[in-house]
Design a protein around this ligand. Sequence first.
Ligand code: AMP
Ligand code: MG
Length: 497
Amino acid sequence: MFALDDSFARELVGLHQPWRAEPVADPSLVILNEELASELGLDVEGLRSPAGDSILAGNDAPAGVTTVAQAYSGQLFGGYSPRLGDGRALLLGEIVDDEGSRLDLHLKGSGRTPFARGGDGRAALGPMLREYVIGEAMHALGIRTTRALAVAATGETILREVDGRVTDVPGAVLARVASSHLRVGTFQFASATGDRELHGRLTGYAIARHTPDAAGADNPALALFDHVVDVQASLVARWMAVGFIHGVMNTDNTTISGETIDYGPCAFMDAYDPTTVFSSIDHGGRYAYGNQPAIITWNLARLAEAMLPLFDDDTDAAVESASGVLQTFPERFQSAWSAAMRAKLGLDAGVAGGDPSSSDPSNGDDVIGDLLALMGEQRVDYTMCLRALSSVVRGDAEPARSLFTEPEAFDAWAARWLALVGEDRSAIADRMDRVNPIYIPRNHIVEEVLTAASWGDHDALDDFLDAVTHPFEQRPGRERYAQPAPDAVDYRTFCGT
Ligand code: AMP
Ligand code: MG
């Protein structure tokens, strides 16, 4: 059913523990991502059979591969943890396509491993379905992400704190697909072993999987670092453009691939506010929406530190090379962010009235900044406002201006903005509708459909999933999904569940 390879297990001994999943009482599929399964060339019928359930829940090991718990370190809220690793997860192996590119198939909630510390090694159904929903929504928004292949219920309950009380909740195993599970923390772990040969092997492995051209560079390790800086700059720029807050941007949750990973306490912002924090454990607001570009820079600096001896034997020269690359982050981030925002505002085909020969990528950036400031002052819903702008371009300002408590300020801004929007208004408005979502996974709805699903009612989840995986297509009957949470409710998200 699965033809898996195990290159990570074979080539990176020293960065994992061979391990098996701990069988569960009564595995049954709760949800299968048929679209992803077909894309991967997997046998959908087989996955839906009891034999498929057994593999996806960890009761049967796939044939011919060594399954492993991966070792990694991590900076958790800034504090260094040298030995983190997969405490409740398992790398089953890699799905290799015809062109030879490989994707990890990984289980989360598959039982305690030698890295488990105090945890029970398990995962709860609600949070695993949450990872499924939000990951698929991100994918549909065109944002690079790990993806859920399936969630299987275990037929067992586990103890979790719910509303301040420890209670029994249904257990589940998530099957996740990723370009790889290499993280900044993987390099930190390799660096801490002091084993230069292992460290070099990891670098070669990462290059082969994520940026094969770097192998031919003058300094392959530095070229890999440059690649990670680039993909993370564009990833976080895309998060910012859709109002996504990751919530736990620890170095173990920062991938080498540039994919979003670990949908724990993440959420989408409603009213525009750079200080927005959802995570119940983020007391200092370290991972607030507006801090994300600074935090990813900090995490990339930790990667540079972990890779220094690979850049150059001479430490000063290595530091200089690493700094040179890291210094390119602000410009790369700004250019990716600005491109995404200009598309949202219909300014991507150049700015009307501007000098057509000018390729200044910041054309229109002050207009973008002023809109954000206005949204912030008047606490306007970020997603609704951006979506409503296409109506303004079509000649109807009302849907946008009615979101503002002082619409005159919006009118003044809109006049300046419209002067920059090109002539072909109807085509521009249509293009804007393809980059400004109507349906994002708003927390209050996510919680509602997951609660229903935990009680066995899947209709609401199915309907909501259909909406967020077609985020740009307006559909009657789904108005509620497009609305922000009622004012009185202060949502908090929880992780480690
Ligand atoms: P995460 O919040 O999923 O990124 O996990 C951070 C670290 O805690 C990783 O090393 C996990 O493997 C570990 N961890 C989280 N929950 C559990 C659990 N229930 N049992 C064992 N380890 C866990
Ligand atoms: Mg993690």
